[in-house]
Design a protein around this ligand. Structure first.
Ligand code: NAD
Length: 276
């Protein structure tokens, strides 16, 4: 029987594609934006504060010989997200890849958590992904599949966390947002797969970024963190960026509605390694 798997283009794997990465002037989003550019995509660098950092990412991406632009927008604002996609499509022609990455923590013991802490995390981490994914799906539906660019009409990568699975005391708002992302991603993937739109998630473990500095910036903290990571090292933003490039490319064309855990084994219940 003839294979129905697509013939894949030679490298770079994202040549001719246009990607938008939210929260792309720091940490994981920054690494993903640069890696997508290195893989041949033109890239929109979304950010909310930090003009200089965003400009630096744009310059680094352009160093790979592709186009990049920075767009300031708050992903939790419907008006901002609509304006951002309109500007991105006007500047680059279309969007083929969305990496919904922007996110933050506002940690608190549950009994002291304020409604502001709860709403801020849910609005940015979860509603922000809804707003960006909706705008992306509308553009993918308008344009459809362009076979010379990609087998798919579009790809969405939702940045989740191991905390879509692992409960996290003291971080109820954050874990709730990531659990929500899991079913947002899966339900959307089911709905739009017939349109040849692929939606997947990445669940990072402990990655060395500004969001969790206190978990790795002293030896004692790092050693404590390593009791949770069977592979014995912290993750780097590039570990996530490589996964994102693969999920954005036609190399993962049959991967639909999956969460890729990139966590050094954190979700393997390391506490049970010596019996339970
Ligand atoms: P980071 O703080 O370095 O980056 C977060 C980015 O999101 C920044 O660019 C920030 O400006 C942006 N952002 C925040 N609010 C925004 C808003 N309203 N609109 C647009 N952008 C906004 O942290 P990071 O570790 O790179 O986190 C990136 C994503 O990865 C988050 O969704 C986070 O939950 C997830 N994650 C991180 C880890 C980790 O260990 N670092 C683990 C699991 C999941």
């Amino acid at each position: 029987m003839n294979s129905t798997a697509p013939q894949l283009p030679a490298h770079p794997v994202l040549a001719g594609q246009k990607a938008l990465v939210t929260g792309a002037n720091s940490g994981i989003g920054r690494a993903i934006a640069v890696a997508l550019g290195a893989a041949g995509a033109d890239v929109v660098v979304n950010y909310v504060v930090g003009d200089d950092a965003a400009r630096a990412v744009v310059d680094e991406i352009r160093g790979h010989g592709v186009n990049a632009i920075a767009i300031k927008a708050d992903v939790s604002s419907e008006a901002d997200v609509e304006r951002m996609f309109a500007e991105a499509i006007r500047e680059l022609g279309t969007i083929d890849v969305l990496v919904a990455n922007a996110g933050l923590q506002r940690d608190s013991a549950f009994h002291e958590m304020t409604i502001e802490q709860w709403n801020t995390v849910l609005n940015i981490n979860l509603t922000g992904q809804f707003l960006c994914a909706r705008a992306a799906v509308r553009e993918f539906m308008r344009r459809g599949v362009v076979p010379s660019v990609s087998c798919a009409a579009g790809k969405i990568i939702c940045m989740s966390s191991v905390h879509q699975t692992i409960p996290w005391a003291g971080h109820t708002n954050y874990a709730t947002s990531k659990g929500g992302i899991k079913l947002l991603m899966e339900s959307l993937a089911q709905e739009v797969a017939p349109l040849r739109i692929r939606v997947n998630g990445i669940a990072p473990g402990a990655i060395r970024t500004p969001i969790n500095t206190s978990a790795w910036n002293t030896k004692a903290a790092y050693d404590r963190l390593m009791t949770l990571v069977p592979y014995g090292r912290i993750g780097e933003p590039e570990d996530i960026a490589r996964a994102a490039v693969w999920l954005a490319s036609d190399h993962s064309d049959y991967v639909v509605g999956t969460t890729l855990y990139v966590d050094g084994g954190m979700t393997l219940y390391p506490g049970f390694a010596t019996g339970g």
